[in-house]
Design a protein around this ligand. Structure first.
Ligand code: AMP
Ligand code: ZN
Length: 122
């Protein structure tokens, strides 16, 4: 599995930087965002270092599929209300103009009681 030296999310996935862990398996790791934009706000990452969605290729299809299947399950576990009255957002900032600050691909999963988007457009 590829890791990038000095990548904060590689270190979080490896446990060498502490986080509030939401989920872990052999390929994926999820943890609370340190500066939440919403009552529920966690990040879901692959343990392997992929810099961004712009670097994703066909070899990552199964991994990304697993992330998309897992995110709704974790959203419910973390306190998002069920669809259709409840729900959540999955946001993947990509590149400088996409608002990406940490260059290890991650899904933001955001939810909980609104309003919480008015001050932070995503
Ligand atoms: P992005 O702008 O999409 O790259 O988002 C990076 C996110 O990582 C931001 O929402 C930060 O609050 C979050 N973040 C940065 N460092 C940490 C950390 N050590 N633990 C948890 N979340 C972090
Ligand atoms: Zn990384």
């Amino acid at each position: 599995m590829s890791h990038s030296e000095n990548c904060i999310f590689c270190k979080i996935a490896a446990g060498s930087i502490p986080s509030r862990k939401v989920y872990e398996d052999d390929e994926l790791f999820a943890f609370d965002d340190i500066h939440p934009w919403a009552p529920v706000h966690f990040l879901l990452i692959p343990k392997a270092h992929i810099a961004s969605m712009a670097q994703v290729g066909p070899e990552h299809a199964a991994l990304l599929g697993r992330m998309l299947v897992l995110a709704p399950q974790l959203a419910l576990q973390q306190g998002c209300q069920p669809y259709p009255e409840g729900g959540f957002r999955i946001v993947v900032n990509t590149g400088a103009l996409g608002g990406q600050e940490v260059h290890h691909m991650h899904f933001h999963v955001l939810g909980g009681p609104r309003p919480w988007l008015k001050d932070r457009p995503v």
